[in-house]
Write a protein that binds this ligand. Structure first.
Ligand SMILES: [Zn+2]
Length: 448
């Protein structure tokens, strides 16, 4: 992937699609920004290279609000670093992403942020970082306020799972939400009840049920649904806006939709894996090597749930469709847990396919229109996470993060031609229609 030298472009004969409207228009790009949108002709833009977008859509570049590049784990870091992961993002039309700072207990949030940001600077596209909260005490409380007012970080992520390392209790979450709510920020929550899951894991292991398929069985739907209900209750009590990450259950999604309808500031995110895969991937008759790539948390659910999750998406439960992109190699990482499912690093890659998959299974199948597609893949994440005056729209003055989207290009997803760095691909063999024909990142044409 290389950057083209020419800086100015006139994208003509396409249909510009934003979250609230679509129209036939041309887009002029100069110096990394959108210079003009409208009925533009080459006469007024003489030095501009013309891009023909006939039959195509001109969309704001995707924003993935939930990714984990180079995530440190006992099985080594996730297999995409900031360079390979950002190149995979760009290849699929995602021109900005949000990763996480995950401070260790006892470590200063500000210090952890500086280290993580240094690492992230190798990214080939724009990024931001959410701040993780892995404990609650006076110092953390003071640093949360500093993050908001000095670093401009307004989104904080808490885990109810993984209590042994980074997870916190409902009571600590409530204290965090009181402070963040008062200071005008937003709290992201991983809703899975860690204590219940640990108990079930112990039980399976003691019964000799150690293979990968038991990972999913130890995290039943109720562990997510109960956590979502309680977190919505805390949001109501503290008036703190909350964003529930990677919702996998339709019932959890329904709770979020009802909370929205009652006027609460509750936002929902689901991920492509929950919309296109079902729990057949965990079939106990399969060999572990076929199951290991799909070990993610929360796990992939039943076919019935998958269909109901789409219904909830259509009804408005979700603000964003993300990936939770966090690939690990099958050989040397995932297989460390072949005899004990608790040792399998949790996560899978998807950033390269998010737009094509949502386009194919959402837009092409008539479930959502292109405006909603733009809301879910770009505009809403931009507004929620502080890019609202800069990204997520094809509008004069905005960053030239632009896709010329070919809705009928057909391709089959395969590890053999993927950009992400991983020895497996959970979407192998899936045919998708729709992909970017041209990708601009801050006005630069990305070759792919
Ligand atoms: Zn995640």
């Amino acid at each position: 992937m290389a950057e083209n030298e020419i800086k100015n472009y006139l994208i003509m004969h396409g249909t510009v699609v934003n979250a609230t409207s679509s129209r036939k228009a041309s887009v002029a790009v100069a110096d990394g920004r959108i210079l003009a949108v409208g009925d533009l002709g080459p006469g007024d833009y003489r030095d501009f290279l013309i891009i023909d977008a006939s039959g195509m859509f001109i969309l704001p570049g995707g924003i993935d609000p939930h990714v984990h590049l180079s995530l440190p784990t006992p099985a080594g870091p996730s297999s995409d670093d900031f360079l390979s992961g950002s190149n995979a993002a760009l290849a699929g039309g995602t021109t900005a992403f949000i990763d996480f700072v995950t401070p260790k207990r006892g470590q200063s949030l500000i210090e952890a942020y500086r280290l993580r940001d240094h690492e992230a600077r190798q990214s080939a596209c724009d990024y931001k970082l959410h701040m993780g909260i892995s404990e609650w005490n006076q110092q953390v409380k003071e640093e949360v306020v500093q993050c908001i007012h000095q670093l401009g970080i307004k989104s904080f992520k808490a885990y109810l799972a993984y209590r042994e390392s980074i997870g916190i209790s409902y009571e600590d979450l409530k204290q965090l939400m009181k402070v963040v709510g008062q200071e005008g920020g937003l709290v992201l929550v991983h809703c899975e009840e860690g204590d219940v899951i640990s108990h079930m894991q112990q039980k399976f292991i003691s019964e000799g049920k150690t293979n990968a398929a038991y990972h999913a069985l130890s995290r039943p739907p109720a562990t997510e649904i109960n956590a979502i209900r309680r977190v919505i209750g805390i949001s109501r009590e503290t008036s703190c806006p909350v964003y529930i990450v990677h919702v996998s259950t339709a019932e959890g999604a329904r709770e979020i939709r009802k909370a929205k309808e009652s006027g609460l500031k509750v936002f929902g995110e689901t991920c492509i894996q929950y919309l296109v895969l079902n729990d057949e991937v965990y079939n106990l008759d399969k060999e572990s090597s076929h199951v290991l790539p799909y070990i993610i948390s929360p796990p992939i659910r039943s076919e019935e749930n998958r269909q109901l999750l789409w219904d909830e998406l259509v009804k408005g439960a979700f603000d964003t469709v993300a990936t939770d992109h966090c690939p690990f190699n099958l050989f040397g990482q995932k297989d460390l847990g072949i005899k004990d499912f608790r040792k399998i690093p949790n996560g899978a890659g998807g950033i390269e396919y998010r737009l094509s998959i949502l386009h194919n299974f959402g837009v092409k199948q008539g479930k959502i229109n292109l405006e909603k597609f733009v809301s879910l893949t770009s505009a809403n994440a931009s507004n929620l996470f502080g890019w609202g005056a800069q990204k997520g729209q094809i509008t004069e003055g905005y960053d030239a993060d632009i896709l010329v989207w070919d809705p009928s290009n057909s391709s089959i997803i395969s590890r053999s031609h993927q950009v992400q760095s991983c020895d497996s691909n959970i979407y192998e063999g899936i045919r998708v229609e729709g992909r970017p024909a041209f990708i601009f990142s801050k006005g630069k044409l990305i070759e792919h």
